[in-house]
Structure formats: C-alpha cells, structure tokens
Design a protein around this ligand. Sequence first.
Ligand SMILES: [Zn+2]
Length: 186
Amino acid sequence: MEYIKKVDDALIKKLEEFHGALVPGLIIGAYMVELAYERLDAAEFVDAVVESRKCIADSVQLMTKCTVGNGWLKVYDWGIFAITLYDKRRKDGIRVCLDESKIPKDTITYEWFFRKVGKHSHPEVNKELLELKKTILSYEPVTVNIVRQKSPPIQCCEVCGTPFPSDGKNICPACRADKYYTIKLL
Ligand SMILES: [Zn+2]
C-alpha cells in the first residue's frame, strides 16, 4: 500500500489525472493531507473523514488509500474545506481545515474562496495555492466518535424484489425514495 505524505510535482500530476483537471480544491486537499500526516502521532492504520464530497475528497482518496469503496473514508456532504485523518484503533487524529482568516485578502484565492470569481480563475488560484502551501491551513487534535456499523442481513423488497440490506422496513430505499431512473419500454 502506497501512501503519499508529501506534496510534490509528481503528486500534483497524479491528482490532475485522477480528478480529470487540476482545480484549487485538489491542491488544498493535498496540503491538508500533508499537514495531517506531519501531526499524526505515527499512526499506522489511518482512517479519514472529509467534510465535503468535492475535490478534497479525491486528494484524500489518492494519498491515503482511504476510499469510499473500502469504507476507510467517511464523507460528510457539508461543503466545508476540512478533513480528519485518525488512527483507526486509538480513534485519535488531526482535523485540518482551510482557515479563511489566514488567506491574504489581496489574493485571487481569497476571491475564489468566497465565490466572487468563477472557474476561469482556477489557473491563477492554483498557482497561488502552490506558493501559499500550508500557510492557509489550521489544525487541531481530535478524538473521533464514529462507530462502524455491523453489516445487516439482506432481504428482498416487497415492491420490486431487489435485495437490500435490512433496515427494519419491507420496501427498499429506492422504492421509498423518488427513483432516479425510469425503465425504458423497448
Ligand atoms: Zn424496491
């Protein structure tokens, strides 16, 4: 398992390939991971939390190998620039956030952060972020309260027949919610 704990040109290139484009959140996320690893007390088995499902999540997935799929990454869809890396056994870790009070007000990065400028500013923001590095981040030691749920048994939906993890109801989540698809008649 390859962890990437430092930001360098090779990593930036990898992030760009992984995400599809180099955007500011990827760079911020990369420095967040670097800072968290520096402050983590030699944790061997790291789990991660991201407080946004956007770009920073991809930096965390690429660098830590904690992914949505392997269950070591928990994603909160809050739109907040913050991550936590923690020791999965001891549950203690480091939460890193983007600290807007540390962003120099005369930068395009400041404008971008408060959504005053659009995507066209990304190349300029990226350039600034690669110079600002970790200076715009803050961190705090934390204890994580996340408890992993045991996998429930599988049951079949009374409406559509789809097998789904039992949650005390007889109808699957897709049938309970508005379906995101309709079946085409051929
Ligand atoms: Zn169903």
